[in-house]
Design a protein around this ligand. Structure first.
Ligand SMILES: [Zn+2]
Length: 186
């Protein structure tokens, strides 16, 4: 399941493979494009390539990290599981204190707009400040494998004032972490 399986922009894939080879991996990236073009898939593949035990600028799809990170692709099941673990009747304080983080490998997190409750879904899920703070803190942890990768899906749903939480990451880039923001447009 290497990068060659990605049915999308080959120029972008080549650029991503390029940075993995130079070992000067950007600490923040933005994947912009309409829904359904494979932004999440590409971000997940990047996380696999950054942590694959056999390859450096691609991923084998078979080693431990490749397989566990692949399971991140099933976001809806992971969201459902996270909501159940948090409790379906979670109030707003609990939503911030127990941020919804999707994690199948300790080094790779995905955060998605939090639908808050299974039984009472909110009209427009957003990224909550608790989720952003959790990422900001974890970006400085040492990776278990090679690189911590944080996929921030629905980046356009975070509030402008909350986005400031990431300023520290931009000013003091963590050495071994990359943030990948996904949004419909830059
Ligand atoms: Zn691998």
């Amino acid at each position: 399941m290497p990068f060659s399986d990605f049915l999308g922009n080959s120029r972008i894939v080549a650029a991503l493979r390029g940075v993995l080879v130079t070992a000067r991996v950007p600490h923040a990236m933005l994947f912009a494009g309409p829904r359904g073009v494979g932004k999440f898939t590409l971000a997940r593949m990047f996380a696999q390539a950054a942590n694959c035990q056999r390859l450096t600028d691609d991923f084998c799809g078979e080693c431990g990290p490749c397989q566990t990170i692949f399971r991140l692709q099933n976001t809806s099941a992971l969201v459902e599981q996270g909501l159940i673990e948090r409790g379906e009747g979670a109030d707003s304080a609990t939503v911030e204190r127990v941020p919804l983080v999707l994690e199948t490998h300790p080094d790779v997190w995905a955060i998605v707009p939090d639908p808050v409750r299974l039984k009472n879904p909110v009209v427009r899920p957003i990224l909550h400040v608790g989720q952003l703070r959790a990422v900001q803190r974890a970006a400085y942890f040492k990776p278990l494998a090679r690189r911590r990768v944080f996929i921030i899906d629905g980046a356009e749903t975070m509030r402008w004032d909350h986005a400031n939480i990431f300023l520290k990451i931009l000013e003091e880039p963590p050495e071994t972490a990359s943030l990948i923001l996904l949004a419909p447009n830059p």
